[in-house]
Design a protein around this ligand. Sequence first.
Ligand code: NAD
Length: 301
Amino acid sequence: MKVLICDPTDPKAIEAMRSAGIDIDVRDDISADDLLIAISNYEGIVVRGRTKVRQSLIDAAINLKAIVRGGVGLDNIDVEYAKSKGITVMNTPAASSISVAELSISYMFALARRIPQATASMKAGLWEKKKFKGTEIYGKVLGIIGIGRIGREVAKRAVALGMKVIAYDPWVKEAENAEMVSLDDLLGRSDYITLHLPLTEETRHLIDRDAFGKMKDGIRIIDCARGGILDEDALYDAIAGGKVAGAGLDVYTEEPSKGNKLFELDQVIGSPHVGAATKEAQARVGAEVAEKMIAFSRENC
Ligand code: NAD
């Protein structure tokens, strides 16, 4: 099987695929135009989020049998069109769950103790002990919206920290470490809310002005899922109006999110979409990519 690596991929994964007899070419910064010319030579491609696999590329991919996407989202691939051409599309959804869960938990502590703001104050040469009196997360209610792979990892850790965990997910009736509740119940009872659901037409702006209105005063909210689930304008107003005490954001409506006005607010802390960006998750992504491509080549080539 001849496979093109189109995006940066763990060298160990490339080695594993070669050892399994797969003929690999690595062009992990290939431009869209060059890929359009090269694609007909390959039966498999490995992509991350950078390479866009749209209809025109799929039409040119006359020998393509398999696409492996290292990572979760398949938004850069026209999956249905690829499938209609008999191409198998695979991804590595579980590889980064723990990393994203740990980032979400980190945000809870960072919001409770305002670690980024205290660091900025220390770097400014100040000693603002009174200003940085914090709160504990022990005994607080955590509301998880979307209790899939990541949500469950968050729930397990939050229970171990002594939090009461409630969750809303229209597709899940029971979860091991959480009491399942309605969305309104979750909004009204939570001290912290963390989002772990996909962005779809139904979930866009699920957390809007109306939702903020139903929350407790002093709520802290975390979004490590996808930008757009939270209405950023509504969040801005909810913070400015004193309803929301803090927000931890890894994802944004527009990415890259440079100059986002939310960051003018002291209560907002954030990161540039790094939920899955850990050594361990990247190695797991690589291992799963190799595993899937090797299994595919054994069964089909
Ligand atoms: P998953 O598919 O395992 O779980 C998602 C859950 O959301 C499912 O249980 C589903 O039933 C639920 N859901 C769907 N619609 C819902 C709704 N309207 N209300 C409440 N729940 C709803 O996915 P996952 O692997 O746990 O990933 C969760 C999110 O995290 C996804 O949006 C994913 O793209 C994102 N993610 C972000 C990063 C990052 O770098 N920050 C990395 C990986 C994943």
